[in-house]
Design a protein around this ligand. Structure first.
Ligand code: GLY
Ligand code: MN
Ligand code: MN
Length: 506
């Protein structure tokens, strides 16, 4: 099944080549035939739960940007190769403020500004390309937007009902962006999401005595920064979605354990693990929130091992770092390092318990008022003590923990915690004082994920420990007086893991 329609903006040569493959009928008789006799009854649209939460998000947003029109593009299709695109995933800030998710909606745009009558209240309009009539070529001949190609597309009314935000045709966007812009009304856009919309904003600014191009970058980027910072504390809807993402992820891990014998039997057993998890992710959610790491044996020491083409061998461990993203785009991020045959060897258990102790130390102290960066420092105190006990540090514990020391990083190179939400590394544009140097607050969601990684060719490490990598990663919610482990339903201690695996494998 391939496209026979010229892509938007394709140059003439490409169009000519494409038309060489085209077998699309062009006769008037065909156009009349395909346009008629369709049952166009629409099922009633339903308001989504998130629509009760977006008004408060939008009001908070406009309070930060008085006298400013704010533009959030959803983004554009990205070409995978030739005329095949990646599955569409909207930009996170856009999804947060609209309440849309899954693959909703390429080329669309949210515009928000303070109401004239009541500046504390946000006025938003969502612009998109609604379904085309049956009498248009788009309907049957456009492989990106045509209903015969991509399925039913919504009307303006339907989307308005679902998200509670007034909707308008994307063709009216330019006029709306330009209206009243000037010294009294600023215009900002989240950059690097949709080049066409960015260019439109730049043009409108230029025509209305506002700075353009490089001169305006810092001003625009404050919008993306704030959108990240606003998401640091999750609302009730977001917390509910995080719980769903975690539950689906745990179901995925259980499926993986059930399929371990199949993984062991296959030449590329890591792919079996990846595939089994992906099956749960696509059936229970929107997909994986990031590429699954299925790292057996020494691959566990490669932090971003996503090739996943290795063997899964009895007697070794496998590190699985995976998360289901639900339809609202919230994702879990969980890691378990488990013995493939279901029983930890003494050395595997020793390393695992050291990492667990580091994680537990963080759980014990995390609470409102503590600085985010102290999470990592807490974990590293345990990691450094363990490495010292095992004679692996070339210096004292104090020296390793000092900013100029950090010798332990040879065995634990990554951070212990990051915010988690719609993006696996959520709120990444937040300023340092709002993230690393900020205090924990109820409603924040982040990971606790210490690890120890002993490369198989690391001559500083006793031979029996080489090739073992362990990470334990849980997702937590800050409460009034501590943290709740959202992923508590997946076992953490070696004994629990052994029992869990035995139970799942029957
Ligand atoms: N899965 C990516 C991370 O743990 O940060
Ligand atoms: Mn993580
Ligand atoms: Mn992870």
């Amino acid at each position: 099944m391939n496209d026979t329609t010229p892509a938007k903006n394709a140059d003439a040569e490409i169009e000519e080549r494409k038309s060489a493959r085209s077998q699309r009928p062009t006769s008037q008789a065909f156009k009349e035939f395909i346009a008629k006799d369709w049952d166009d009854t629409l099922p009633p649209a339903k308001r989504r739960e998130v629509a009760d939460f977006t008004p408060a998000r939008l009001n908070r947003l406009v309070a930060e940007f008085p006298n400013t029109r704010l533009v959030f593009p959803a983004g554009v299709y990205k070409v995978r190769s030739n005329d095949t695109d990646y599955r569409f995933r909207p930009h996170t800030a856009f999804a947060y403020y609209t309440g849309l998710g899954t693959d909703e909606e390429p080329d669309s745009v949210l515009v928000v500004e303070p109401s004239r009558e009541d500046p504390a209240r946000a006025e938003a309009t969502y612009f998109f390309k609604p379904r085309a009539g049956r009498d248009t070529e788009e309907f049957y001949a456009d492989s990106r937007y045509g209903e015969l190609w991509v399925g039913r597309r919504p009307t303006l009314d339907e989307v308005e009902t679902r998200i509670g935000i007034p909707c308008a045709h994307i063709d009216t966007l330019r006029d709306r962006l330009a209206k009243d812009v000037g010294p009294e009304l600023n215009l900002l856009v989240v950059r690097d999401v949709d080049p066409g919309i960015e260019a439109m904003v730049d043009e409108v600014r230029g025509q209305n005595s506002l700075s353009t191009g490089e001169q305006a970058v810092a001003e625009h980027d404050r919008l993306a920064e704030f959108a990240s910072e606003q998401r640091l504390v999750k609302d009730e809807f977001e917390i509910g979605e995080m719980r769903k993402a975690v539950a689906a992820t745990i179901a995925g891990f259980e499926d993986v354990v059930r399929h371990l014998p199949r993984a062991v039997a296959h030449e590329r057993g890591e792919r079996v693990i990846e595939g089994v998890f992906e099956m749960t992710a696509r059936t229970e959610g929107n997909g994986v929130g990031y590429d699954t790491i299925a790292a057996a044996g020494p691959h566990a020491c490669t932090l971003h091992w996503i090739r996943n083409d290795g063997k899964v061998r009895e007697g070794e461990m496998v590190l699985i770092d995976a998360g289901v993203e639900v339809d609202s785009l919230y994702t879990a991020d969980i890691t378990r390092s488990i013995p493939i045959n279901g029983k930890f060897s003494p050395v595997q258990r020793k390393i695992y318990e050291a990492v667990l102790e580091a994680a537990d130390a963080v759980f014990a102290v995390a609470k409102p008022g503590m600085k985010f960066r102290e999470l990592h420092q807490t974990a590293m105190q345990v990691i450094v003590r363990k490495l010292d006990e095992w004679d692996l540090l070339p210096c004292s514990q104090e020296e390793s923990l000092s900013p100029d020391g950090q010798f332990h990083r040879r065995y634990m190179v990554h951070g212990t915690s990051h915010h988690l939400g719609m993006d696996v590394h959520d709120c990444a544009q937040a300023r340092r004082e709002m993230y690393l140097d900020a205090e924990l607050e109820p409603g924040m969601v982040f990971t606790i994920e210490p690890g120890l990684y002993f490369m198989e060719n690391d001559l500083t490490v006793p031979e029996e420990m080489r090739g073992i990598g362990v990470r334990i990663e849980d997702d937590v919610l800050v409460t009034e007086d501590g943290v709740e482990n959202l992923s508590a339903a997946i076992p953490r201690t070696p004994d629990e893991i052994e029992r869990w695996m035995a139970g799942l494998r029957g």
